[in-house]
Design a protein around this ligand. Structure first.
Ligand SMILES: *Cc1c(COP(=O)(O)O)cnc(C)c1O
Length: 390
């Protein structure tokens, strides 16, 4: 499928001046205008509602800045996995509704309720823990029933629905719990033609019927994430939960979203070596001819996939330069050929691609993984800076 560009004429992040972005440190530059534009696109795709999923430190972009940009682009909700992530958003002053899922039963639900954080309930143990927190704190718990709609991961298995729904109905009628929403998740939405998608939708529908039969109103129904929101309006219901799409990633590959992160690294040192020079741990590379090697101060601890040693490339002086030898924990070596590179020059590890630099998608291909893993693993040592093109 060839990408379409519904985001308008903008297809690349604004020009960034790498040397200004980097004070001797590897730096990720996040384009918040692009995040906002991506959010606006999803808010238009599902006019019913948009939840910005900012888990995993906002897919490596910084949870709070990503959340603010998404809210400015039309998101009405924020979604995270843990209570801790939700508190980080509240502490930063964000007052939008927040849903947290994936908590262990002994998570700090008291604190969550005190900060008006909605909680996903995937089973009776969670229901009891959340209800107890509501009684202790005197705050009514706002819950979203999490149904497993066909991936045997998070959410209540279909066999448990009747029992769980009876317990939820009892808790709702007693008062400490309010059923705010019902959520499901599709396993194979990245392929719009996968037959598991209609099956997942049907499972969600059956869940909604079971909710009503239990005498409950489902409230806000949410099933779709990035891929399904872009490919199948029948999955939209009342809210889409969008993570990858905010940061320019469409798992279904059919929609061109705006790239949101560029990664730069300064050259630490340069050396001229003769043919036959062995480079790095286990001498993973031996130079074929006399060449110049440059050292960059970021490695697998910073999110450079070790599996991309030997295939990865960066852009330096407008030229693609290959990684040579093993990716180390803190450093990589690139072969710059006969370019007169000097220490302090800045290499582009990835970016929008408009100037010939590799993209996140290129790195995902080199590392045999998905784009989400490349951005989410950009480590804490990497400085984040934020730009807006307005
Ligand atoms: C991560 C996650 C999302 C976001 O999915 P994307 O494909 O990144 O848009 C939505 N819902 C749940 C339950 C998630 O874990």
């Amino acid at each position: 499928m060839s990408p379409t560009s519904p985001a308008g004429n903008r297809t690349a992040a604004p020009t960034m001046d790498p040397p200004r972005m980097t004070r001797g440190r590897a730096t990720a530059v996040v384009d918040l205008s692009a995040v906002q534009d991506n959010a606006r696109l999803f808010a238009q795709r599902n006019a019913a509602g948009l939840m910005a999923v900012v888990k995993a430190d906002g897919f490596g972009h910084g949870a709070v800045p990503l959340a603010r940009a998404a809210l400015a682009g039309g998101a009405g909700w924020l979604g995270v996995t843990s209570v801790d992530e939700a508190l980080q958003l509240r502490t930063a002053g964000l007052s939008a509704p927040i849903l947290s899922w994936l908590n262990a039963v002994d998570a700090d639900f008291d604190t969550a309720l005190r900060h008006r954080v909605d909680l996903a309930v995937p089973g009776v143990d969670h229901l009891y823990a959340v209800t107890a927190a509501a009684v202790r704190t005197g705050r009514r718990a706002r819950i979203h029933l999490h149904l497993d709609t066909g991936m045997a991961r998070d959410g209540a298995a279909a066999a448990e629905w009747p029992h769980l729904l009876r317990r939820i109905a009892a808790a709702v009628s007693r008062g400490p719990v309010q059923l705010v929403g019902v959520m499901g998740h599709l396993a194979c939405a990245d392929d719009p033609d996968d037959p598991h998608n209609p099956a997942g939708r049907l499972a969600f529908e059956r869940g909604l019927v079971a909710v009503r039969r239990a005498g409950l109103a489902p409230g806000i129904r949410h099933l779709a994430t990035t891929a399904a929101t872009l490919t199948d309006p029948r999955t939209h219901y009342d809210l889409s939960r969008i993570g990858a799409g905010l940061v320019g990633i469409d798992p279904s590959g059919g929609t061109a979203l705006l790239p949101t992160m560029s990664l730069f690294a300064p050259v630490v040192s340069v050396r001229d070596v003769p043919a036959g020079t062995a480079v790095g741990y286990r001498h993973g590379h031996v130079t074929l001819r006399a060449t110049r090697l440059a050292l960059l101060p970021l490695g697998y601890a910073d999110g450079i996939p070790r599996s991309a040693g030997g295939t990865g490339q960066v852009l330096l002086r407008g030229r693609r330069c290959r990684l040579v030898g093993a990716v180390s924990m803190d450093q990589i070596v690139i072969d710059v050929g006969d370019e007169p590179v000097v220490p302090g020059e800045v290499a582009t590890v990835f970016g929008p691609g408009a100037k010939g630099e590799p993209t996140v998608a290129d790195w995902a291909r080199w590392a045999d993984t998905i784009e989400q893993e490349i951005v989410a693993r950009i480590g804490q040592r990497i400085i984040r800076t934020y730009v807006r093109d307005a």
